[in-house]
Write a protein that binds this ligand. Structure first.
Ligand code: LLP
Length: 443
């Protein structure tokens, strides 16, 4: 986080809050989210669009990266909109905006994604009036049925298309190539545009594509701009009232020293100038340009604090140190072989002296947070901090092995606010039910 520094107790401080104090007060493991870093990333996106894109623009937050009320609230207060991908994310966002007193212009701020939205979810989206990012034929047909009584142009949609663009990132998080589950295949573009223009309930305001996540290259988004403007031209030719173009998200962040992603400003400049050029070449007016980043907004704003526990030394092979969380609070290493960086936060000036493997406490060998981390000799009770855990950590967390999910605090100028309570054992049983015939078996 941008506000990280070492204080006079030789301890890491984030947002003006001492890590040892936070862990004493809120327990361990603990997600610590730095408000200033999150707000700074929001501003960088906003200001870069204003600087490099002469048309209208809107940044929307891909809430799948971390959806909870406090995160939504900070993002909303920065003027960003929301990409939601389920009824649950929609509900979280709506509840937050309502409590903030911002419930009025929701419709223009929330975009509902998903490759298999349920009828209930679609009805929810229609009742709210948010824009539905239509992904496939079944969804178009379902919306025609659901919208039958709603009147002309009552269903505001955008069309998601597969752009057919490759990028170098983990295969699980690539979405631009033709062989993937998201969006209409481009060879169906004409048919989709015809269908939409023939059903008067649709108010089709835009086109969308997303090519993947944790991307460092700029070429794929540059190419995407050209492809999207091509789609836009076809849609305009069909007479659709298209005004918006959404280029998705995908900018990567630095997890380790080896990572060298472009800056937010550079990413925006690349996309914006490519769109402007392509529109000029095709002689079409500039659309409202939308980007929907997740990771690059929140990823670097959070760290996870763990407490060091047991140690296993295997001579000449490896030393394991175990922490009190693991794959349940950060499933990214075991899922995508993702790399992270760690430090011992309560003894910042102790020199690094050993290479260890940081293991979680779950019942499987793959539960490793970091292989071969260079650290000072860690003692039980030390606070080990993993950096860059804001994106796809809490949002992908589980209760594997019935571990209660950690708490999260929002830190800012020396103040720490609890934003997610630590789960309790009672929480773990909240949804459990025992069939009557298994109760009171004594006698
Ligand atoms: N828009 C759409 C339609 C998306 O599917 C995604 C991410 C985003 C925007 C935001 O992408 P970002 O700016 O965060 O890269 N769980 C994986 C990442 C999955 C990304 C899914 N879609 C991970 O932990 O790496």
């Amino acid at each position: 986080p941008l506000t990280a520094k070492v204080n006079s107790h030789d301890c890491l401080e984030i947002g003006g809050c001492d890590l040892s104090t936070l862990v004493n007060q809120f327990g361990s493991p603990l997600y610590i989210l730095d408000e200033y870093t999150l707000r700074t990333a929001c501003k960088q996106y906003r200001e870069a669009f204003i600087k490099y894109y002469p048309g209208q623009s809107q940044v929307i937050y891909a809430s799948k990266a971390w959806s909870c009320m406090a995160v939504c609230a900070v993002i909303a207060s920065e003027g960003l909109g929301f990409d939601v991908v389920s009824g649950g994310e929609l509900y979280t966002t709506l509840q937050t905006l309502e409590q903030m007193g911002l419930g009025d212009d929701i419709a223009t701020k929330i975009y509902f994604h998903g490759n298999n939205k349920s009828v209930t979810e679609l009805q929810f989206a229609l009742s709210v009036g948010c824009t539905i990012m239509v992904d496939n034929w079944l969804e178009l047909e379902t919306l025609v049925k659901l919208g039958a009584n709603l009147g002309e142009k009552s269903v505001r949609i955008m069309l998601r298309l597969t752009p057919g663009i490759e990028c170098h990132t983990h295969e699980y998080i690539r979405t631009g190539h033709l062989d993937n589950k998201f969006g209409f295949d481009p060879h169906q573009l004409e048919a989709v545009l015809t269908y939409v223009s023939e059903h008067s309930i649709f108010n089709c305001i835009g086109i969308h594509a997303h090519i993947g996540s944790q991307i460092f290259e700029t070429q794929p988004h540059h190419d995407l701009a050209g492809v999207l403007v091509g789609y836009l031209k076809s849609a305009i030719a069909k007479g659709l009232p298209i005004q918006e173009l959404n280029v998705g998200g995908g900018l990567g962040i630095r997890y380790t020293e080896k990572d060298d992603p472009p800056a937010i400003e550079e990413w925006v400049k690349n996309v914006a100038t490519a769109i402007v050029k392509a529109c000029e070449a095709e002689q079409i007016p500039l659309p409202k340009l939308i980007a929907e980043p997740g990771r690059s907004l929140i990823g670097s704003a959070c760290i996870t604090a763990y407490t060091v526990g047991s140690r296993k030394e295997i001579p000449e092979l490896r030393t394991y140190i175990a922490v009190d969380g693991g794959m349940s609070d950060n499933p990214r290493p075991i899922t995508y072989q993702s790399l992270y960086r760690a430090i011992i936060a309560n003894r910042m000036s102790t020199p690094q002296s050993e290479t260890v493997t940081i293991a979680g406490k779950h019942c499987e060998s793959g539960d490793i947070l970091i292989k071969d981390a260079l650290l000072p000799k860690a003692e039980p009770g030390d606070i080990l901090v993993v950096m860059g855990t804001g994106a796809y950590n809490y949002s992908m967390a589980s209760n594997y092995n019935r571990l209660p999910r950690p708490a999260a605090v929002l830190v800012h100028q020396g103040e720490a606010n609890l934003i997610l309570k630590r789960e309790t054992y009672e929480d773990l049983l909240r949804q459990d039910r025992l069939p009557d015939r298994l109760v009171n078996l004594k006698e």
